[in-house]
Design a protein around this ligand. Structure first.
Ligand code: NAD
Ligand code: WQD
Length: 338
């Protein structure tokens, strides 16, 4: 297939582009590099032995997108491009609505104009909020508690409406739980700018001495060790889930939603210990107050993805920690090292 990947230079996108190239698909990445570096795509090409084409553009740029579609004639789109920091989204909500919703509109319009009818969208478990108890099924109630989450929730609804209005349009919404890890080669991985928001990148920087200690946000949750429970999924498993969704869309019309997680929740301290095991380095930590907006537990019911896509997560949290440690040790400053 010919697959246009928005946000393909980013963390999850680069791992998925690699999996697409390795499977024999042709790829065009559209990314404005607002949160990534083209070096990730150079390394993907080195690992795959072949290149993805690349256009540096904002997905909201209709003229650039039109030229990209005209030159590449994609069969399908995977839409990763988006701003993703929950805290930042409460500070600059309009930017989040503009970038995340605006890019989706431009993309859907370009798809319609260029006879492209399949889209896989990066949604998030954040849409389950605190509306019900985990494990969450795809039919659990959805909503959102912050502007970032609302963009994901709104885009899901926009895609459902677009699919209802156009019998040709095929949509896969993938609700990721907590992506972690890196490619086993140590060549690509997560390269957050500034202070990491997410647990594993923070722990990884404590292990290499870039940060003093981890702040554990609360140990008084109603969970086995009192710290938050999450469903951490290896990014390489997540990438494989996108290929499975594309295959499914090849044979089925309509609008579909799948959780991509492991279904096996881990606590913050489980992750600390797994990382200590992988790195051989003690991770100093301090228990501090709960982080506003955090839920006690979030994990998936993964039955539907297993049944319908034949997909399931295969890699453990321990493997993810080993892969992150390799990536972080060999690239202490991320892609800026090269
Ligand atoms: P990332 O920031 O590494 O990748 C996103 C990429 O999109 C970046 O390369 C960025 O430069 C690009 N981009 C952003 N806005 C753009 C625009 N308007 N036009 C062109 N390029 C643009 O993030 P990621 O972790 O790889 O996440 C990918 C997607 O998955 C995002 O939509 C995110 O919301 C979603 N998601 C991520 C997580 C997570 O924890 N990482 C969890 C659930 C969902
Ligand atoms: C995991 C656990 C924290 C950092 C976020 C987004 C969600 C999705 C994934 C995009 C929690 C604890 C964390 C730290 C800590 N992204 N923690 N100290 O909050 O589950 O999900 O990323 O869609 O939308 O909200 O992930 O990695 O931030 O936190 O104790 O320095 O680690 O309290 O229990 P979260 P996270």
């Amino acid at each position: 297939m010919r697959v246009l990947v928005t946000g393909g230079a980013g963390y999850i996108g680069s791992h998925t582009v690699l999996a697409l190239l390795e499977t024999g698909h042709d790829v065009l990445v559209v990314d404005d590099l607002s949160n990534s570096s083209e070096e990730s795509l150079r390394r993907v090409a080195e690992l795959a032995g072949r290149e993805a084409r690349f256009v540096q553009a904002n997905v909201r740029d209709a003229a650039a997108l039109d030229a990209a579609f005209a030159g590449f004639s994609p069969d399908a789109v995977i839409h990763f491009a988006g701003w993703k920091a929950v805290g930042e989204s409460t500070q600059i909500p309009l930017t989040y609505y503009r970038e995340n919703l605006g890019s989706t509109f431009t993309l859907l319009e370009a798809m319609a104009a260029h006879d492209c009818h399949q889209i896989v969208f990066s949604s998030s478990a954040t849409v389950y909020g605190e509306l019900s108890e985990p494990p969450f099924t795809e039919d659990s109630p959805t909503g959102a508690t912050n502007p970032y989450g609302r963009t994901k929730h709104m885009i899901e609804q926009i895609l459902a409406d677009a699919a209802a209005a156009d019998a040709e349009l095929r949509v896969a919404v993938l609700r990721y739980f907590n992506p972690i890890g890196a490619h086993a080669s140590g060549r690509i991985g997560e390269d957050p700018k500034g202070i990491p928001n997410n647990l594993l990148p923070f722990v990884a920087q404590v292990a290499t001495g870039r940060r003093d200690k981890l702040m554990v946000f609360g140990d008084d949750y109603p969970t086995p060790d009192g710290t938050g429970l999450r469903d951490y999924i290896h990014v390489v498993d997540l990438a494989a889930g996108h290929l499975a969704a594309l295959d499914y869309l090849g044979g089925h019309g309509g609008f579909h939603v799948w959780n991509l997680g492991t279904g096996d929740p881990k606590s913050v301290l489980d992750i600390v210990h797994a990382y200590e095991g992988a790195s051989g380095v003690a991770i100093p930590y301090e228990i501090v107050a709960r982080r506003p907006g955090d839920v006690a537990a979030s994990y998936a019911d993964v039955t539907r993805a297993h049944k319908e896509l034949g997909w399931q997560a295969r890699k453990s949290v321990e493997q993810a920690c080993e892969d992150t440690f390799r990536w972080q040790s060999e690239n202490p400053d991320g892609f800026a090292d090269s």
